[in-house]
Design a protein around this ligand. Structure first.
Ligand SMILES: Cc1cc2nc3c(=O)[nH]c(=O)nc-3n(C[C@H](O)[C@H](O)[C@H](O)COP(=O)(O)O)c2cc1C
Length: 336
């Protein structure tokens, strides 16, 4: 069963193909971006549950790049050590761990900070005003991604995920709906992403994979489409090591959501480019998790809410497949 088999993204060896999707937990109680005991229990529980790759929630590369005051950050050095403790504890269980780096741009709801976006266009009815980014703002954000990547490496993360999805800053630059700039960042809407990744690569070790999470479509006329991504990825073949295929989030619009609804997008990117993909989105039951891989819709499959409900999802799958060898010793009596 592919689901329980090893898989490698370049040099990163995963013990199975189940990924924990990044999910903001809003548990930074004192608003300083530092991981708390909640984060440690939360991520290590999924490592005990034998998840192959855990992706830590959207983590702000700048204070005003966090989604809320209660989100994680990696914009100063005191944020490194508590994350390192999580990384080390996850490694003790044999799982691998990545961190999702993000700048929320016009979707940041952090308080008492200046908010920015590629153009001064509000997200829905957000109460905040957003400044159109100057060249200096752009350079600062790119530099912050680089610095955060360096901190993530010091914390020992096995991989980085760049958050290019769900209407946050990178997606805001890429979509024609939110980028109305007339300079080079408007003429080439992918320029910001390309510059940002090339800066990150100056500090991030070559052997550690970089994942890119994308919204493959805005689900709206004149918005971003999967063809835009296919063309871009074919023109930029070794930009990153893996594409994590999500969708939407830039504007509110009606989306037809059903089990596995984003898998066709993953399949298209996987088939039409050289990239390996992670599929995600309402892939809750064992059969669909398995089918997504066996039908080659993706190379790895991510679970979000189901892993919140059941950190031992993978142990249940292993039990059903008579793979008792995959149940950790401490829990064996519960799976007899
Ligand atoms: C509570 C919650 C928080 C989320 N936070 C993030 C996040 O930090 N970064 C991200 O890319 N997606 C985030 N998502 C989206 C999930 O990663 C995932 O794509 C989505 O939940 C669909 O997968 P699922 O149906 O398996 O839950 C979040 C989803 C939930 C439910």
């Amino acid at each position: 069963m592919k689901l329980l088999e090893n898989y490698s993204i370049n040099d990163l060896k995963l013990k199975n193909r189940i990924v924990m999707a990044p999910m903001c937990m809003y548990q930074v109680y004192n608003k300083d971006g530092v991981a708390t005991s909640f984060h440690k229990s939360h991520y290590v529980a999924r490592a005990i549950g034998q998840v192959g790759l855990i992706i830590v929630e959207a983590t702000g590369v700048m204070n005003n790049g966090r989604i809320t005051d209660h989100c994680l950050g990696l914009y100063n050095d005191k944020q490194i050590e508590p994350l390192k403790e999580i990384v080390d504890a996850v490694h003790c269980q044999g799982s691998k761990i990545a961190i999702q780096l993000n700048h929320a741009g016009r979707k940041s709801e952090t308080t008492n900070l200046r908010h920015i976006g590629p153009s001064a266009i509000k997200f829905n009815k957000n109460e905040f005003n957003y400044d159109e980014m100057t060249k200096q703002d752009i350079n600062e954000v790119i530099e912050s991604f680089k610095d955060a990547a360096q901190r993530a490496n010091h914390a020992g993360f096995d991989a980085l995920e760049i958050h290019g999805a769900h209407g946050y800053l990178i997606h805001q630059f890429i979509s024609p709906l939110s980028n109305h700039r007339s300079d080079e960042y408007g003429q080439d809407r992918f320029l910001f992403l390309k510059q940002l990744i090339s800066e990150i690569k100056t500090v991030w070790p070559n052997e550690k994979p970089i994942l890119l999470r994308i919204s493959a479509t805005d689900y709206i006329e004149n918005g971003l489409s999967v063809d835009d991504w296919v063309n871009f990825l074919n023109e930029n073949k070794n930009l990153v090591d893996c594409i994590h295929v999500s969708s939407g989030g830039l504007v509110s619009t009606k989306i037809n959501v059903y089990p596995g609804y984003q898998l066709p997008l993953s399949k298209e990117i996987k088939n039409k480019t050289d990239y390996i993909t992670i599929g995600v989105g309402l892939i809750n039951d064992h059969e669909l998790l398995q089918a997504s891989l066996e039908l080659d819709h993706c190379d790895l499959v991510a679970s979000g809410r189901e892993l919140l409900r059941n950190p031992n999802l993978l142990l249940d799958i292993a039990k059903k497949a008579n793979r008792d060898d995959l149940i950790p010793f401490a829990y064996k009596r519960a799976y007899k």
